[in-house]
Design a protein around this ligand. Structure first.
Ligand SMILES: Cc1cc2nc3c(=O)[nH]c(=O)nc-3n(C[C@H](O)[C@H](O)[C@H](O)COP(=O)(O)OP(=O)(O)OC[C@H]3O[C@@H](n4cnc5c(N)ncnc54)[C@H](O)[C@@H]3O)c2cc1C
Length: 447
């Protein structure tokens, strides 16, 4: 096969958690890429995000953990309250998880902070293009080309759609197949449902009665359970509280018709539920009033049933293919697993081709990579999406059985609960082309 003139290049659409981490991983692997992001990089939306130990391990591999670590307070204690404000359980499950995970821990931070750390880790910043919105793509036997709203045409060898729950790339894939396979096309558009919504916010960590006193000690989380709604708060960073109000909606909706809520609708939800306590001495309204930023979103969930690639050079990642409810905070962590699964297939292929006379991977080799990524990631997605749906219902005490379980939970040992989660996390993949941080200096080829 003739040596190619241009090196293998990945076009990534979406410059958020998945897009930027994929870019950083490709950079570490020495593979060319470009990131196209519709908005700015690391916008301040008031959203927060957790990093669990298995994701921490990947951040260590990518060399950005130190910067993240410097900006967070590890979560340690978790107190659960019932609808009467009674303490149901003071849980040490987060400490147990840490003990069972080589002292890695659960952390909770501003999402823009994590995004900034990833972006800071990227050396070749001109490869990340903000304010660049992709509107179409075209595949050929030899490559793929995208067009942006601004009229730019960008060429590459593969296209990764990391553009979130309302993915443009997924919708374009659906349009491309609409004439030949209307059912699959429809599944791609409407494969995600939402029957809950969530007000989320970042607030200053001070007590409503005394602004000189912190409301929560650093590393503390609260959960509260009401019928049909629930709440959570966490003091995961200096001076900040991240919080959530989860509410069951009157009716379920499907993509692409899940609602985009206005500021007035968020306020109306707070007016309705704001008076309820989140923890001792403070309510949702208190958190709303001390907010830095807050907003309301639908809680979409689902795993895309049709194939995650076009059978060519285009594949989907992250929230574009699997979306879980926010309650246990695992959606972004799941997305990182997906990046690792894909990179562990792609990087060895590109390297093999390079050593094979500098040829480029063929289309069928790339499809095989996308298929193997999906085979590995889909079971993880099915599990996390189902588990998150269960936690969503549990938090809002949807059934009598869940209400019983909430009362039984304090009698189940933290070790047992942590063990279940840790056994999942221990199975999580890490990047096999970088040294395994658990076996210093040794590359892992088994994942
Ligand atoms: C309130 C909230 C709290 C959450 N908390 C947690 C948590 O604690 N733990 C956890 O693990 N997960 C959490 N999640 C889930 C997590 O945020 C997502 O799973 C994760 O952000 C998915 O990343 P992504 O890159 O796939 O998609 P997104 O973060 O949605 O990013 C998609 C990007 O694509 C860009 N884009 C879209 N269309 C185009 C286009 N046509 N051209 C160019 N760019 C485009 C968008 O501007 C955006 O930047 C939370 C989610 C929410 C909403």
């Amino acid at each position: 096969m003739p040596k190619s003139t241009r090196s293998f290049k990945v076009i990534i659409v979406g410059g958020s958690i998945v897009g930027l981490i994929t870019a950083l991983a490709l950079e570490k692997a020495g593979i060319d890429y470009v990131v196209l992001e519709r908005g700015e990089i690391a916008p301040h939306l008031g959203a927060s995000i957790s990093i669990f130990p298995h994701t921490q391990r990947v951040m260590e591999q990518l060399g950005i953990w130190e910067e993240i670590r410097a900006g967070i307070i590890p979560l340690k204690d978790r107190y659960h309250y019932d609808q009467y404000g009674q303490l149901l359980e003071s849980s040490a499950v987060l400490r147990e998880i840490s003990k069972m995970s080589l002292n890695r821990f659960t952390s909770f931070m501003e999402r823009r902070f994590w995004l900034n750390c990833i972006y800071n880790g990227i050396q070749n910043k001109p490869k990340v293009l903000p304010h660049t919105s992709v509107t179409s793509f075209r595949e050929t036997e030899d490559g793929v080309e995208v067009t942006t709203k601004e009229g730019k045409i960008i060429q590459g060898d593969i296209l990764l759609g990391a553009d979130g729950i309302n993915s443009t790339i997924r919708n374009l894939m659906a349009s491309h197949i609409a004439r030949t396979d209307a059912t699959t096309s429809e599944e791609m558009r409407s494969g995600f449902t939402a029957d809950y919504r969530c007000v989320f916010g970042t607030s200053r960590n001070y007590s409503p009665s005394d602004k000189d006193k912190p409301l929560l000690p650093g590393g503390m989380c609260h959960n509260v359970y009401y019928r049909g709604f629930s709440g959570a708060s966490a003091a995961g960073a200096e001076d900040l509280i991240f919080w959530f109000l989860f509410v069951k909606s009157d009716h379920a909706t499907k993509t692409p018709n899940t609602p985009r809520y206005t500021e007035e609708e968020s306020e109306a939800t707070i007016n309705k539920y704001g008076g309820y306590a989140v923890g001792p001495g403070y309510t949702f309204k208190d958190l709303w009033e001390s907010r830095v930023r807050a907003a309301m979103v639908p809680l979409e969930e689902g795993v895309l049933k049709p194939k995650w690639n076009t059978g060519g050079r285009v594949a989907l990642m992250g929230d574009a293919v699997h979306k879980s409810t926010v309650n246990p905070g695992l959606g972004g962590n799941l997305a990182v697993e997906g990046i690792v699964h894909l990179m562990n297939e792609l990087v060895p292929l590109v390297r093999k081709c390079e050593s094979d006379g500098g040829r480029k991977p063929t289309k069928s080799e790339l499809v095989a990579v996308f298929d193997r990524y999906e085979v590995k990631q889909r079971p993880h997605a099915n599990f996390i999406v189902a588990f998150s749906a269960y936690v969503k219902k549990y938090d809002a005490m949807e059934t009598w059985w869940l209400r019983v379980l909430l009362r039984v939970s304090p009698w189940i040992s933290d070790k047992y609960k942590a063990g279940r989660l840790v056994s999942y996390m221990n199975e999580a993949p890490w990047l096999n082309f970088l040294p395994n941080p658990d076996e210093k200096g040794k590359a892992n080829g088994t994942q």
